[in-house]
Design a protein around this ligand. Structure first.
Ligand code: HAM
Length: 486
């Protein structure tokens, strides 16, 4: 006798009853969370349902590449960048700065006038191009842009000081290496309209505290380059000295004697460094006013217990500075670290710049931090400490079956409206696969919804470490997650 034909109705009924309570059964079959290592997450052999299709790559097509010295910030590093931005915003707002956002394209002349010909940025590194008859530049730094914005918006009539901060991409066609990119980000702060040593000290402390807040030990190096007049007198003395030692200098420094002699003090060349050691020091050429001003800043730094060293060779590579200049360096406990010689940030006073660019005479002082360098240090540290997942506590919302999938979409949306963030992957059908993801992402608990739970109005809460499970009312999901996430 031929086998009895099943009606569609009976098939559906059977399937439904078979599916009932499978979520809790299936979930309890999944072994409790094991610590997932990087190796274990390597691509698996394709399983029947979730088989990855192997597609042929068209080798005749050249894949597009990002430009040399430019790079993507991978979503894997998003947590580090989020923290860096968050710390920057917190520091800036706690010191009373308001955020300035400007276009990345400016007239090239803005930078040429303010940073100055003869500097590396203007002579070698700026991205300049002609467009529509205008000479444009991708911003290599933000101080000149902040000044342009200050002038354009007539901020000199606002209550002084005007305090602005920024977190923006910069562009310099530098030689790429670790911590040196052609597009990089700066967090910076600028204070306009007040000349008082307490302003300079506040900026140095804010820059230092930003690095500390990121969990990085730092050292501040400070110097004063005096007024324009002080500098003129000093340069005459310095050039005389450098000419007398010309034969010991590097080719680069020989060229700089007439063009930009102060930059020779910055040179990393060993021969140059020997010459620089005995060079006249700018501090001895400061006027009484500049010297007193500088001393007051140091007193404030002592008061605030900010560790600093006086660096008589620190002059900075931009032309607009006067009096105070400073840089922040990484105090690495790792002798091998390739980040020790790279400044994490720098800044100083630029009292003549607003007027020079056509604004009302206005004093200014500020700093910029190289965020990519901080990110690199944090990333290297993460790799050394073997942290694979974000330490932020999380829970995972898992589902089994179509009805549960639809209901879960709504639950997640309701949670999002309540401000509760959860991990999930509604595109993944396999419960085992979802729980593996929960484990990999470091979730402490998984909330599992099957067809039975959809009908009961309940949900299973599974402890990912012990594998123990309990069932709760769906109405209590938000409260339960808040409790679990502390
Ligand atoms: P800067 O010293 O040219 O100063 O740059 C500040 C920081 O930006 C550096 O200390 C470094 O951390 C980072 N930086 C510079 N070039 C690169 C690069 N190619 N790749 C990655 N990071 C880099 C200024 O830009 C001034 N505007 C600072 C200032 C603000 N002065 C007064 N206010």
């Amino acid at each position: 006798m031929p086998p009895k034909k099943k009606t569609t109705k009976s098939v559906k009924k059977k399937a439904a009853s078979a599916k009932k309570s499978t979520a809790s059964k299936k979930a309890s079959k999944v072994a409790p969370k094991k610590k997932v290592t990087a190796k274990k997450t390597a691509p698996k052999k394709a399983a029947s349902g979730s088989a990855k299709k192997i597609t042929k790559v068209n080798k005749s097509v050249r894949t597009p590449q990002s430009l040399r010295g430019m790079r993507d910030i991978h979503p894997k590093d998003a947590a580090i960048w989020k923290e860096l931005f968050h710390n920057a915003e917190n520091i800036a707002e706690s010191y009373g700065f308001a955020r300035l956002q400007t276009p990345i394209l400016e007239e090239a002349s803005l930078f040429i006038k303010s940073i100055g010909k003869g500097t590396d940025i203007i002579d070698k590194e700026m991205y300049v191009f002609d467009f529509d008859g205008n000479k444009l530049a991708l911003q290599p730094e933000m101080t000149a842009v902040a000044v342009r914005s200050f002038i354009n918006h007539g901020m000199h009539v606002d209550p002084q000081p005007v305090k602005m901060w920024y977190f923006s991409p910069m562009y310099r066609h530098d030689r790429p290496q670790a911590g040196r990119y052609r597009q990089f980000y700066q967090f910076g702060a600028e204070t306009f309209g007040e000349k008082n040593p307490v302003i300079d000290a506040e900026l140095i402390v804010a820059a230092y505290n930003f690095v500390k807040d990121c969990g990085i030990d730092a050292q501040v190096r400070v110097n004063s380059i005096g007024s324009l007049e002080d500098r003129k007198n000093y340069i005459v003395e310095l050039v005389g000295y450098l000419r007398s030692k010309r034969s010991y200098l590097s080719e680069e420094s020989k060229k700089r004697i007439n063009k930009n002699p102060l930059r020779i003090l910055d040179s990393k060349d060993e021969g140059d460094r020997m010459v620089i050691e005995d060079a006249p020091q700018i501090i001895d050429w400061l006027s009484e006013d500049s010297k007193n001003y500088f001393m007051k800043i140091l007193e404030y730094l002592d008061e605030l217990e900010v560790p600093y060293v006086l660096d008589p060779t620190l002059v900075r590579g931009l032309d607009y500075y006067c009096d105070t200049v400073f840089e922040i360096f990484y105090e690495s406990h790792d002798e091998e670290s390739n980040m020790k010689e790279l400044a994490l940030g720098g800044g100083g006073r630029y009292d003549g710049l607003v007027e020079m660019l056509g604004g009302q005479p206005t004093d200014g002082c500020g700093f910029s931090m190289g965020v990519d360098r901080l990110a690199l240090i944090l990333k290297q540290r993460q790799a050394q400490e073997g942290i694979l997942t974000s330490k932020k506590p999380c829970v995972y919302m898992a589902h089994l079956g179509d009805q549960a999938n639809r209901r879960m979409l709504k639950i997640i949306e309701d949670l999002r409206r309540e401000g509760i963030q959860v991990k999930h992957n509604l595109a993944k059908a396999s419960l085992k696969g979802q729980l593996e993801q929960a484990s990999r992402q470091g979730c402490s608990h998984a909330f599992i919804l099957g067809q039975k739970e959809v009908q009961d109005g309940t949900i299973i809460v599974r402890d990912m470490d012990s594998g123990s499970q309990e069932t709760i009312d769906q109405k209590k999901i938000g409260r339960e997650i808040t409790k679990l996430l502390g």
